[in-house]
Design a protein around this ligand. Structure first.
Ligand SMILES: Cc1cc2nc3c(=O)[nH]c(=O)nc-3n(C[C@H](O)[C@H](O)[C@H](O)COP(=O)(O)O)c2cc1C
Length: 407
């Protein structure tokens, strides 16, 4: 998961479950949020009870699950108002066509719709239904009304539906749902910023099947892309060959060689406010032999230095904010300071690759964020948390530079 653990921790999330065939998938949403240390309370509609029961949600969230009976239980005074006050965000997942219609039109005839009508907290709805129910003009009008009211609508997926049909209306995976919920809980302080993140290794081919590369997993760049997307930035992620799920809310373009990366950067850097270079760009390339070289005696490989990608862009587009990464051993901080000046980047994150739990491949990292006048040490943490840490620190610098940016 690309969302930092702190985003959901101790947040109050009201999960509304309505009567869709996908109601059982709400258990996964409840459990994922609870694992992220959110307080999750569930409200089930009468129809939802045909598919799932409160016991599942009580067990998965270790918290209360309510049904319509509780609306009239006067020991819990004005439960529908209390629960709205308690929530940081309300998530209706799955949201039936019926419940969406009620919310869009201010109908409050059960506990869930009464809570929604009586609350001013962010609302996320996750429609799930048969394709024709979804495409029905009435449903589409209700969804556009909800969007106009500021409700976050998580798009259903296209795929296999109940009753053997295929089309749009499938309950999405849990990641895009959590992404949309998380966005309502964090400041959108990167809204309006266009951010380019590079991640993963490059490959320089020796022949058709062999290449020179490095062990970069891409995790740092992917996490950084998601941190910026969560904060509201429009993020393009340029990725080398990695084995990672694409973070929700991010546009992915892929590269193999340094030359491919440069081509993509030529297209994207000019319209960006920030470039975050977490890719492990190879320093050498070689002439590629066509076909597959035969095993024979000693072969010599001639390496040529690749162009200094980042230095090219800092020269050409000086109004863009640049964060570079430097991996090294002893003296990595001093090397990074020298690199900062030489490449004219705004900041460098330096980390050691010779210590356990930092650098290539692993899920954790630590290091130093180096700016022109300051150096701040980042403690060992997950790459996801470290990306959040970094995003918090670079926002002001990006903003300061973009004031001079011509869009
Ligand atoms: C087997 C079955 C599956 C259903 N699946 C869905 C569904 O996926 N989405 C939907 O909008 N309605 C679905 N419905 C219809 C709703 O359950 C019905 O509109 C109900 O009134 C919704 O009530 P609620 O919105 O209060 O939960 C289904 C009905 C049945 C009998």
């Amino acid at each position: 998961m690309w969302i930092p653990s702190s985003v959901f921790r101790r947040k109050n999330i009201l999960l509304g479950v309505s009567g869709s065939i996908a109601a059982f998938k709400a258990c996964n949403v409840a459990s994922s949020l609870a694992k992220c240390d959110a307080h999750v309370r569930t409200v089930l509609t009468q129809s939802a009870l045909r598919f799932v029961g409160p016991v599942s949600f009580i067990s998965l969230t270790n918290d209360v699950a309510y049904t319509d009976e509780d609306l009239w239980n006067m020991k819990l005074r004005s439960l529908h108002i209390e629960l709205g006050r308690w929530s940081d965000v309300i998530v209706v997942a799955p949201a039936t066509a019926n419940t969406l219609a009620k919310i869009a039109n201010g109908i409050a005839d059960n506990l869930l719709t009464s809570i929604v009508l009586g609350s001013d907290k962010p609302l996320v709805v996750v429609p799930a239904m048969n394709v024709r129910m979804y495409e029905n003009k009435a449903t589409q009008e209700n969804l556009s009304k909800l969007r106009d009211h500021g409700v976050v609508v998580v798009e259903p997926e296209i795929g296999h539906l109940a009753d053997g049909e295929v089309g749009k209306g499938r309950f999405p995976e849990v990641e895009p749902i959590l992404f949309s919920v998380a966005k309502t809980l964090v400041p959108q302080d990167m809204a309006g910023m266009r951010v380019l993140v590079t991640a993963g290794p490059t490959r320089e081919y020796i022949d058709d099947v062999r290449f020179i590369s490095n062990p970069s997993s891409g995790k740092m760049g992917y996490a950084l892309a998601e941190a910026c997307a969560l904060r509201g930035a429009e993020v393009t992620l340029l990725s080398g060959p990695v084995n990672l799920d694409v973070p929700p809310g991010v546009k992915l373009l892929t590269f193999e060689s340094v030359a491919d990366l440069e081509r993509l950067m030529d297209q994207t850097v000019p319209s960006c406010h920030a470039v975050l270079m977490a890719a492990a760009v190879g320093d050498f390339t070689t002439s590629k032999v066509a076909g597959k070289m035969k095993r024979q005696g000693n072969l010599e490989l001639t390496l040529q230095a690749t162009p200094d990608v980042i230095a090219k862009y800092t020269q050409k587009y000086p109004n863009v904010f640049y964060l570079a990464f430097a991996a090294g051993t002893d003296g990595v901080v001093e090397e990074a300071r020298e690199k900062l000046a030489r490449k004219q980047v705004d900041a460098i994150f330096a980390n050691r690759i010779d210590e356990e739990n930092t650098g290539f491949g692993v899920d954790t990292n630590s290091g130093w964020l180096i700016n022109k006048n300051t150096t701040e040490e980042a403690p060992l943490q997950s790459k996801v948390d470290l990306s959040w840490w970094l995003s918090e620190r670079i926002i002001c610098q990006i903003r300061a530079k973009s004031e001079t940016f011509q869009s």
